[in-house]
Design a protein around this ligand. Structure first.
Ligand SMILES: [Zn+2]
Length: 144
């Protein structure tokens, strides 16, 4: 999963798109952790990509984003997902886990909000409601 962790979110999602639309035209396993292949990008010629899944920064691609830099591009991610099916599974599990945590956070936040509202006196509630209505009105005015 190092490849994913070192890539930007944009590269990961664009790489996933490339993987799903089968933009990796061919690939070879050089060793169990090194793969080479070609990825059809926006240019006419496919990009030549080499990934090292243990040392991701040694990966290379001749696209404008990655050429001469030690960054992970969407073509590397596309090759990674294509050559290592387990990586797709791990990534999907990670996203599910993240969504579950987000959901739990949200539930916790709502419970805290409910508890807070219940702890207020009538006078405090009236004041808070008045402030909230003013804020809503203010937001609406800004929108138009
Ligand atoms: Zn690239």
């Amino acid at each position: 999963m190092k490849m994913i962790e070192l890539a930007s979110g944009t590269s990961v999602w664009r790489g996933m798109d490339y993987y799903e639309s089968k933009k990796v035209t061919d690939w070879t396993e050089i060793s169990p952790t090194i793969y080479e292949g070609h990825v059809q990008g926006s240019a006419f010629e496919p990009y030549t990509v080499r990934i090292d899944t243990v040392h991701p920064r040694r990966s290379v691609c001749n696209c404008a984003f990655a050429a001469g830099r030690h960054v992970i591009c969407k073509h590397m991610i596309a090759l990674y997902f294509t050559a290592v099916p387990q990586a797709v599974q791990d990534f999907e599990d990670m996203v599910k886990q993240w969504e579950k945590e987000q959901e739990e956070q949200q539930q916790k936040h709502l419970a805290e909000l409910r508890a807070y509202v219940r702890s207020l006196s009538k006078k405090e509630l009236q004041e808070q409601l008045y402030n909230a209505l003013l804020e809503i009105k203010d937001l609406n005015q800004r929108r138009w």
